[in-house]
Design a protein around this ligand. Sequence first.
Ligand code: GLP
Length: 277
Amino acid sequence: MSSTLDSPTPLKHTIESSQGLSVLKLSDAAVASKRVAREIGALIRQRASENRNCVLGLATGSTPIRVYRELVRMHREEGLSFHNVITFNLDEYFPIQPNAAQSYVRFMNEQLFDHIDIVRTNIHIPNGTIELEAVPGYCRDYDELIATTGGIDLQLLGIGRTGHIGFNEPGATRDTRTRLVKLDTLTRVDAVKDFGGMDQVPLLAITMGVDSILQSSRIRLLAFGEHKADIVQRSIEGPITSTIPASYLKTHRDVQYLLDDAAAECLSPSTLGETPQ
Ligand code: GLP
């Protein structure tokens, strides 16, 4: 099993360009979330008009909730249909039952899938109930399935205080694929509010890898609140390093950070270009 877990030690520092990176400071989380939801809606409609599928990479946590709320509103009030949408979620605790209160299956159903017209078989979320021995094969199949659908058109991301994207914790290198990982202690501490006690928080999770994420055509990362300001600054202005997996996003050709004032407060003025509202 240990071979499927990240080693916590290797540190990689490389200097690469960040030409595909844009950083937007919006007036608040609602404005940022609506902006991303509108972009997703436009992409779904464009693909539908071409008779094509739209493949979305989806995230959990408190951060994307407003995006999902806005997508549900667009479905109800503006007739946005999800019939051509295929989704892949980033991660899931392991092990966990899908009906558990903290399961990401339950989260996604409650926040989005139960309220839109998506075809159920088009939804993919890492399975927290499979046998441990089956996990490596399952993870390979997950990456392969993403590839056979044509790859992710738009990947929605949050960021953990460790600098994780999905559950790619410090130590996750640029080439990682979907796999079983050990959760960082800080991530588990942050999850205590959902699980009720540290001993209830799983030690492991299945997550898409850094490379799996970087294969997406567009990446949109949302971060809100002052508790994200320090890690946002280090991800954007610091070196590209496995110590902060989010820093690998700087190597992507089309990645956008959408921040509120508080999450952007540690960034230097030169990082923040124009701030459309
Ligand atoms: C979890 C998820 C991440 C998410 C992070 C941040 O760890 N696996 O994908 O980005 O939480 O959570 P929040 O948005 O609640 O700050």
